[in-house]
Ligand binder design. Structure first.
Ligand SMILES: C[S@@+](CC[C@H](N)C(=O)[O-])C[C@H]1O[C@@H](n2cnc3c(N)ncnc32)[C@H](O)[C@@H]1O
Length: 419
């Protein structure tokens, strides 16, 4: 494709992504569906350019002020993630001169806001919470995440899968904490590999893998994944249960549960029962009250722990949206707790670093449920053979950070129901 045509496409894609009316990854997929003519390299350039602009939006908008022409084109030039020579060949003389001038600016000397690229409300929340770790966190969430895989240990062994990937030319290293994870740099096409097609691996962040281990789900048990979505954690739970017992995957979104079906087929699991529910008080849930050994609530949340993958979230979330979600999170947790049998376990988790969605919800639950005992997460992780478990916690909770642990930002609280 002619260099200028590719920049024009990047400009159009940015117009769409920066409307913020849909998640950026959905906008990018729709765009590629409309443009079947792009090859894999062009797709990578377009997607990575759009995501880079989302990550560095305030900085690039500031730098773009001095240029001329369409704003989105200037942003695409600043965020360009393809070949630099290819880019220059497509630029006008004026654009090349502007890009050279902008390249000489010492970015470290710019105001804080242009260095952290966060909306004020988010910076004001996280700066005091993270203290000295704020800037290392900013740096880590300003770059893409590596690709983590979970080995389906019910049917495969991590060393064997690692060797199989190596034979396919893919360097995968064991994840530092999860005993069933592998980490890959870059984005190789896994879908065509036999190891993927036969369900020996699934793409899953190491943090999600650790979170599932907190349920302690075992063979033959009754387990509920209350907010199963497309089933990333459901599949991990089913494998942990060695394909025995009964695992219900609830969600209000039929569309998301539908995405679980092909993954379930690949995994070979036959102990999973997906159920679309109308809301958390649905009759089909009431029937299971007091009967379940382990319940996982992977609650709907701001998703701000996944900024490495979803940088648009910092622009699409708001303090009002987060406050509005709080009663829903509490209601789901309360409804899920009713399912747990005496002695059973409840896990509340989010992929958010915000205390309002995490500790505050957990504390409110604990205060209104005196018959439940909080279980210290570090001992649960140690029991699951997780390395350096005590470095993954804050008090009795799980608290994972991209800059500390190389995972997405996760929170979890765990309780056991009294007898
Ligand atoms: C964080 S996502 C779950 C991700 C999923 N567990 C995974 O590992 O891929 C939260 C899910 O909660 C679902 N949800 C929202 N309200 C719900 C409710 N009242 N009851 C059950 N699920 C709900 C959403 O549809 C969404 O799929």
């Amino acid at each position: 494709m002619h260099p200028n045509a590719l920049i024009e496409h990047a400009t159009e894609l940015l117009h769409r992504v920066l409307r913020f009316d849909k998640p950026a990854d959905a906008v990018v997929s729709d765009f590629f569906r409309e443009h079947r003519e792009f090859g894999p390299r062009e797709r990578a350039t377009l997607a990575e350019t759009a995501f880079d602009v989302l990550r560095q939006r305030l900085l690039y908008q500031h730098l773009a002020q001095s240029g001329s022409g369409e704003m989105e084109r200037r942003l695409a030039i600043l965020g360009w993630h393809g070949n630099a020579g290819f880019l220059r060949a497509a630029l006008s003389d004026a654009e090349r001169a502007w890009l050279d001038r902008v390249g000489q600016i010492d970015r470290a000397s710019l105001p804080e806001k242009l260095r952290h690229n966060l909306p004020d409300w988010l910076a004001e929340t996280l700066q005091p919470q993270l203290g000295d770790e704020f800037w290392p966190w900013v740096e880590r969430v300003s770059a893409p995440a590596p690709l983590d895989l979970r080995v389906n240990t019910w049917q495969a062994d991590r060393n064997a899968v690692q060797a199989e990937l190596a034979a396919a030319g893919i360097d995968a290293q064991p994840t530092p904490y999860s005993p069933i994870g592998l980490r890959i740099d870059g984005k190789p096409a896994l879908q065509k590999l036999d190891v993927f097609k036969r369900g020996a691996v699934e793409v899953q962040d190491e943090g999600s893998q650790l979170l599932v281990m907190l349920t302690g789900a075992r063979r033959g048990e009754m387990v509920v994944d209350f907010c199963a979505g497309a089933g990333g954690k459901t599949l991990a739970l089913g494998a942990q249960m060695r394909n025995t017992g009964r695992l219900y995957a609830f969600d209000v979104s039929g569309h998301r549960l539908a995405a679980l079906k092909p993954r379930l087929a690949r995994s070979g699991l036959s102990n999973v029962y997906p159920v679309q529910i109308a809301h958390e008080r649905d009759d089909r849930i009431q029937r299971l009250a007091g009967k379940i050994d382990r319940v996982l609530v992977d609650a709907p949340c701001s998703g701000l722990g996944t900024l490495r993958r979803n940088p648009d979230l910092k622009w699409r979330q708001s303090p009002e949206g987060i406050a509005d979600m709080r009663p829903k999170q509490a209601a789901i947790l309360k409804a899920a707790a009713r399912l747990v049998k005496p002695g059973g376990r409840l896990v509340y988790a989010t992929c958010s670093p915000l205390e309002a969605e995490d500790e505050d919800v957990a504390r409110e639950f604990a205060e209104s449920h005196p018959n439940w005992a909080a279980l210290p997460v570090s001992s649960l992780l140690e029991a699951a053979h997780v390395a350096a478990a005590q470095t993954l916690v804050a008090g009795e909770y799980l608290r994972l950070w991209p800059h500390r642990h190389g995972t997405d930002g996760f929170f979890a609280a765990v309780w056991q129901k009294g007898g």
